[in-house]
Design a protein around this ligand. Structure first.
Ligand code: MG
Length: 332
């Protein structure tokens, strides 16, 4: 196992209600012939130091054999400190290696349909003018996920509707209390909104339920649901969950979440953070199982090292090379 740390810049600022990011550190983990990715997310307690510590512990523990994926992940899950981005990097590297050994893309190993979903395109938080410009400059997408959580939320949606009749999803990133959330959601609904993501703080599960009981809109939890065991916290309070590899710890645990949510009759969105096409491309293999796809994070990376996702007419698909499907791998 080899770990490479790199600092990557974004092609443009990523702005949500918690703040703006323009660059971050990434860890690329090589295991045998496979490669995986981790990046920090301090809001969830996932710092650079925690990722490094977990990767160090993991190195002594795992068996470098892609056919021991299940055993390896289980062992790592039992460590006293669990870093889900770091676990995801190892899970991805093992899946990538497994696919390369079998000469198959990951979705084929699992017998899943070939993914070619429409992805939503993320519109950063901004003034009504800035937001409208972002939509106008990216006409190739059929769905926009608009970041909200400023005092101009209603104007923002109104200004976007002036230039497009395409689907709009909104994400408040935990910004409002329940009463403000209801007030704003009721005012933007007449503009045609497909779904609402995480209007209230992550621990306010009752707030989610309160909103769901009062407004007829698909309500998705993101910040409130990180790992498989979190689904039972939000069951009944929301219509669906946003599953991300970095939050849960890789493909194996994402599958666990998707199947659990589906068996409970919940909707599933497959999402991502700002990540390279290695990590976004890995998630993409599971797209055939979900209701909503939000896999555009790699578009925010300047000089993506991997080229593992093909974007065409608003759809994303893997390259069909074995494993995750990276075209270039500077760390192999
Ligand atoms: Mg979100």
């Amino acid at each position: 196992m080899e770990v490479f740390r790199r600092h990557l810049h974004y092609s443009r600022p990523f702005v949500i209600s918690r703040g703006k990011t323009e660059e971050k550190d990434f860890f690329f983990v090589r295991l045998g012939r496979g490669i995986g990715e981790a990046s920090p997310y301090p809001y969830y307690g996932e710092t650079v130091e925690k990722i490094e510590r977990f990767l160090k512990m993991a190195e002594d523990l795992i068996e470098e054999d892609p056919f021991k994926l299940e055993e390896n992940i289980k062992k790592l899950e039992e460590l006293p400190l669990l870093s889900t981005p770091a676990l995801s990097a190892i899970d991805l590297a093992l899946h990538d290696w497994l696919g390369i050994e079998l000469s198959l893309p990951i979705y084929r190993i699992y017998g899943l349909p070939k993914p070619e979903p429409l992805t939503s395109y993320t519109i950063s938080l901004g003034s009504p003018e800035e937001v409208r410009k972002q939509v106008e400059e990216n006409p190739q997408f059929d769905v926009y996920k608009v970041k909200l959580g400023s005092d101009r939320d209603i104007e923002v949606i109104r200004s976007i509707r002036k230039v497009t009749d395409k689907r709009i999803r909104v994400d408040f990133n935990a910004k409002w209390d329940r009463e403000n959330a209801i007030r704003i959601i009721e005012k933007i609904l007449p503009f045609g909104i497909e779904l609402v993501e995480q209007p209230v703080p992550r621990d306010d599960i009752r707030g989610l339920q309160y909103i769901r009981e009062r407004i007829d809109i698909t309500l998705i939890a993101d910040e409130s649901v990180l790992r498989p065991e979190d689904i039972k916290r939000v069951y009944g309070a929301v219509d669906g969950i946003n599953v991300k590899l970095l939050k849960c710890g890789g493909i194996r645990r994402a599958l666990q979440m998707i199947y659990t949510a589906k068996s409970l009759g919940m909707k599933v969105m497959l999402g991502c953070m700002v990540e390279t096409s290695l990590s976004v491309g890995a998630a993409l293999h599971l797209a055939g199982l979900v209701d909503y796809v939000d896999l555009d994070g790699f578009l925010y990376i300047e000089n993506d090292p991997f080229d593992a996702v093909v974007l065409k007419n608003g759809r994303v698909k893997p390259t069909d090379l074995p494993g995750i499907g990276v075209k270039r791998n500077p760390f192999r």
